[in-house]
Write a protein that binds this ligand. Sequence first.
Ligand code: DGL
Length: 270
Amino acid sequence: MNRRTPRLLIFDSGVGGLSIMADVQQLLPGCAITYASDNAAFPYGTKGEEELVQRVDAVLQALIQTVEPDVVVVACNSASTLALPHIRAHFKVPIVGVVPAIKPAAAQSRSKVIGLLATPGTVARAYTRDLIAQFASNCTVISLGSSELVQKAESHLRGKTVTTESLRELLSPMFAHPRFAEMDSLVLACTHFPLLRPQFQALLGPRITLVDSGEAIARRVSYWLEGLGLSPDATSAEHSAIFTRHSPDVEGLKPALRVLGITRVECQTI
Ligand code: DGL
C-alpha cells in the first residue's frame, strides 16, 4: 500500500458535484480533493449532445494536466449519461461517472411508481431510457427535466432562500401525473438536487424516499483507490476549487466551499 495522499478531481458544470464531494469525504476523509466547476459553460443540462461531449473532453484535458488526479469523478449526470464512453477511451486515469440511481429506486419501491428528477438533457438521453428499460421495466416512471431547479440549487448554495412554494411550482408537472399519489421513491438524478434534499423532503413528505447516487459513487472511488494501491491517510487533507471563468458569483460560494474544507479557490480559464 502506498501511503501518499490520494488526489481526486471531482468535476461538474456548477456546484452540484459538491453533493458528491460531501459523500466522498464522508467515506474517504484522507483524500486531497480538487473540486472543479465549469462555470464558463454552465449549465450542461440544456446543451446539445455534440457540444457537450466536446466541452467535457476539453475541460477534462486541461484539468487532468493541472491536477494530475489518481481518480476523476464526473459528478454530473448530464455529462456522464452522454460522454463516459468517449472520455474513458480518451483518458488513461480511472473515471467514475454519476448516473441516475434508477436501479436501487425501482428495487426498493413497493408501489412500483417512481419519479425521476433530472435536467432536460438527462431525461432525454438514450442512456437513461436504457436504464429504465433494464432496471425499471416493471415500474411507472414519472420523469421531469428542469433546469430551473438547477438554478435554485445554485442560489441556495449562495445563501439565498429557496421557498417550498417555488419548488412546488417547479414540480407541478410531476404532481399532475395521474399516478403521482402512488409514487413512493424519487430519484434525484442531477447532482445539484441533493443540495436541496431537506426542502424536497419537506415538500414531498415522508411517504416519498429520495434516492441519489452519492454513497455508491464514494464506494466506487474507494474501489479504484484500493486497486491503485493507494490508501487515504488519516491526517486531514487539503482541498481546493477551480472555476473555469472569473465571475463575481464565485465569491458568494466561498462560505459553502469552506464548509467542505475548500480554502483555496482558483480560476483556470478554459
Ligand atoms: N449537476 C449536473 C447534473 O448532474 C448538471 C446541471 C447543469 O449544468 O445543467 O446533471
